[in-house]
Design a protein. Sequence first.
Length: 263
Amino acid sequence: MTSLLVAAVTVTLTVWVVSLIRSVRWRALVYSLPIPITMMSIATPFHVDGGELLGVAALNAFFVVVTVLHVRMGLHIVVADLAGVLVYLGLSRLIAVFEPLPLPPVLAVVGVLWTVATVLFPPGPDRAAGPAARLGPLAKLGAAAGGSLLMVAVGRHLKGLVVTFPYSGVLVVLETRHDLERFTRHFTRNSIGLVAFFTACHLLREQGRPVALAAGWLAHALCATALHLGRARGRPPAASGPGEGEVQAPGHGGDEARPRSSP
């Protein structure tokens, strides 16, 4: 019961904070922070192996499925969301069949997949998020709390993969539906930090949970810093005239006027 409440509170705060951030780039970074994983590991011990790394890949697959169905195929966001959950559940059950999985070979495979995904589908220029929801901050907090309790109650049945189950993602995609494709690309890029987090926890598991978690956060911070500093240095100067990546003024074009990058 304690772990359920801890997970629900953590998910609620994560979704709420994401809903308040206007930059899609920073939304994706906040969502990639291993806060739910850390809270769950404090409340209930868990063993890190290759399955958790595949869980990160499955979490990316969840966002890709929702993005393709909603943005590309035009399905309602709720329908796309449910389809993404079903895909994640299927992948997690498949992963569970082969557990425990050795971390080194899985790390190599996940590293290659991440490299290919980030090269073929770069995040593109950052812009402010699309139209904000009509709910106020407190109403968003209440909605996130109710949804989190439901999602965590379902996610707890996934055993070890609960740490990467997208119960928060189920709510985040609703909040970011106007910018889902850019959010997914940014999150995919940032997810290497989660891979580094799990890898560091695994390598230092014999030193005790506090040391392993501290090492995991350090590894995540180093990855995030390298990614975002590199992006800032490589960013071209902003153009003086209108062009791709420029924020549209309210009431001038809406979602239809914003250019969409190809998948």
